[in-house]
Design a protein around this ligand. Structure first.
Ligand code: AMP
Length: 582
């Protein structure tokens, strides 16, 4: 990579970061001006009477706050092939399919080259800071990335997940050349049609290039954790392939077989070495550095709904640092991680003022709502990027160059500091992921804490929670919380009953405990599901068009998400009702 460093001017990127963050307010005005100028002819803005105005004051006066639902009629017209200027000046020809974790079904959001440009700005900025701390020298990346298919909607619009739209952009390869270490895996593996086959080959390529691997990454931490859990199952088969130089017959995609045959040569020495290393590990602790002795770090989004996987990932990573990447969504990027050494649990993202126009709905003044603005506040009053206050929580509102204006993303962040005048935010949670029956309000984070506290009882049996989710069961009076757990093995009845009671007691929200005491909320129920259930949920979401790279386990399954509920309920092997409040 010496050549890469020459091409990529790290100093310049860092200087630019300093410049825009020092002057965040002006940069925000300019960014909004540009977005509104470029899209002045869009039907949406014309209908709102904006009439070419580009200042923030008019923008806020004329353009309402919206959610995805409000934009669906416009988006549906585009999907059906209306290529007039609907939300943007230039017609939208590509859509991103967001993971739609919360609603249980993917949703379409407009995608264009300008959004691709902001993606590169985010990547370049975090790379400059990361590479300063952890330089990669002539190394390869073992990247568990999977590009799903792009397809044409019935109106002829190209659609794919945002990560796929990025990977498949004709400018991607060139733009990333300067900052990305080459992947171990050939394109045929990354773009393969079957995720299991691609994963197997990613692992195999990593082993073949084990000395050269300097970083292990994926878009979200889930894919990395999932890859090494799979390795635990398949390592002996992988060794056989390396020993014999013949790819496992379960990889059937011809293009992948052809590409892999160019890399795979009989190497009994390597096979024996890997075999010996695996046998020597205690419960797979430190697997990643053992397999990849020159790896410098493990990299991917590790905050938010990825936090529950950190424990397992640390176990695999041993002494290697875990670095969280950037913060964004299909709707647009938000912040970049310029402090790569900070552990993911404490990580913050600096909002980049030149990639979109950002507003923040204050939440902490809504006493007792745990900040769900949609509950109480019908007329939220967002503040600007440089008006946010330290320590406060906000719901993010995005205006992007791809036709989203004052769009409520549904994420809640906390302002933890400032880089010059740009806020540094910590991701807190999705705003609508809330366990609530009456006056109780428990967030994704409260659930995570309850699960982590209770799962400590499993440690004695050398077991762990592989994944979890929750559901509000209102089919019987009174309603109650149901928590689904997939466990790595068989736990005893006593231990599971204890876990169930412990979870019930771990929701310390006063609304919950008081309702439990008077039985306005029924006993918490722990439902243990079969091994592989969460994989079925992943496969179900892939079938709906999601990509593995963007998969996030839904932490609360709503009543409308019938298919996921069905998968969970069909796989329950045991259930326990808490006796904690009796
Ligand atoms: P998608 O709907 O697939 O585009 O996923 C976007 C969502 O993923 C965001 O709205 C966040 O809720 C979550 N997300 C993305 N990046 C991060 C991050 N760095 N930390 C926490 N959550 C994130």
């Amino acid at each position: 990579m010496p050549e890469m460093v020459e091409e990529f001017n790290m100093e310049k990127v860092m200087e630019e970061f300093e410049r825009v963050t020092k002057d965040a307010e002006r940069i925000q005005r300019e960014t909004l001006e540009k977005i509104l100028e470029d899209n002045a002819s869009a039907e949406y803005l014309l209908n709102l009477g904006l009439n070419g105005r580009t200042d923030p004051e008019s923008f806020k006066a004329f353009v309402p706050l919206v959610t995805h639902k409000d934009l669906e009629p416009y988006i549906n017209r585009m999907l059906d092939g209306d290529f007039s200027s609907i939300l943007t000046g230039k017609p939208i020809t590509t859509m991103s399919l967001s993971s739609g974790t919360t609603q249980g079904k993917p949703k379409y959001v407009p995608w264009n080259d300008e959004l691709f440009g902001t993606t590169l700005q985010i990547y370049h900025t975090s790379f400059a800071f990361r590479n300063r701390e952890f330089p990669i020298n002539n190394g390869k990346a073992l990247s568990f990335i999977y590009s799903s298919k792009q397809f044409k909607t019935k109106g002829g619009v190209l659609a794919g997940t945002a990560t796929t739209n990025v990977f498949r952009n004709p400018g991607y390869r060139h733009a990333m050349k300067a900052i990305q270490s080459p992947c171990c895996s050939p394109d045929e593996v990354i773009f393969g049609p079957d995720f299991h086959q691609s994963l197997y080959c990613h692992l195999l390529c990593g082993l073949i290039f084990r000395e050269e691997v300097q970083l292990v990454s994926s878009t979200f931490a889930h894919s990395i954790m999932y890859a090494f859990r799979t390795f635990e199952q398949l390592w002996e088969e992988l060794c056989v392939d390396i020993r014999e130089g013949v790819l496992n017959s379960k990889v059937t995609v011809p293009s992948i077989r052809t590409a892999m045959s160019k890399l795979l040569k009989p190497d009994p020495e390597l096979a024996s070495l890997i075999h010996k290393k695996c046998m020597g590990l205690s419960n797979w602790y430190g697997l990643i550095p053992e397999l990849f002795p020159n790896a410098k770090y493990v990299y991917g989004i590790m905050t938010g709904s990825m936090e529950p996987y950190l424990k397992k990932l640390r176990h695999y990573a041993g002494e290697l640092p875990l670095l969280t990447s950037d913060y964004g969504s299909s709707e647009g990027w938000i912040g970049t991680n310029v402090k790569p050494r900070v552990p993911p649990e404490l990580a913050t993202y600096t909002v980049l003022p030149q990639i979109g126009y950002f507003e923040f709905i204050p939440l902490t003044d809504l006493e007792g709502t745990k900040g769900d603005a949609s509950f109480l506040c019908m007329d939220p009053k967002p503040v600007g990027l440089t008006e946010v206050k330290l320590g406060e929580e906000y719901e993010i509102v995005i205006t992007n160059p791809a036709g989203l204006y004052r769009y409520r993303l549904g994420d809640v962040v906390k302002v933890t500091g400032f880089h010059n005048s740009a806020p540094e935010v910590k991701f807190v949670r999705r705003s609508n992921l809330l366990l609530t029956i009456n006056i109780d309000k428990n967030t994704e984070k409260d659930l995570q804490i309850a699960v982590e506290t209770a799962s400590q009882f499993l440690a004695g049996e050398k077991l762990e929670v592989v994944d979890y989710t929750s559901h509000i069961d209102l089919t019987k009076e009174p309603g109650h919380y149901v928590i689904f757990w997939e466990i790595s093995g068989e736990a005893s009845e006593e231990v599971l009953a204890e876990c169930c009671n412990c979870m019930d007691k771990s929701f310390v929200d006063a609304g919950y405990t008081s309702s439990r005491k008077v039985n306005c909320i029924g006993a918490l129920e722990l439902r243990v599901v079969r091994r592989g259930t969460f994989q079925k949920i992943l496969e179900h979401s892939l079938a709906l068009g999601a990509a593995v790279s963007q998969f996030k386990t839904p932490r609360c399954v709503g009543p409308t998400n019938t298919k996921v509920l069905q998968i969970l309920n069909e796989n329950v092997v045991k259930n326990y009702l808490s006796t904690a409040f009796t």
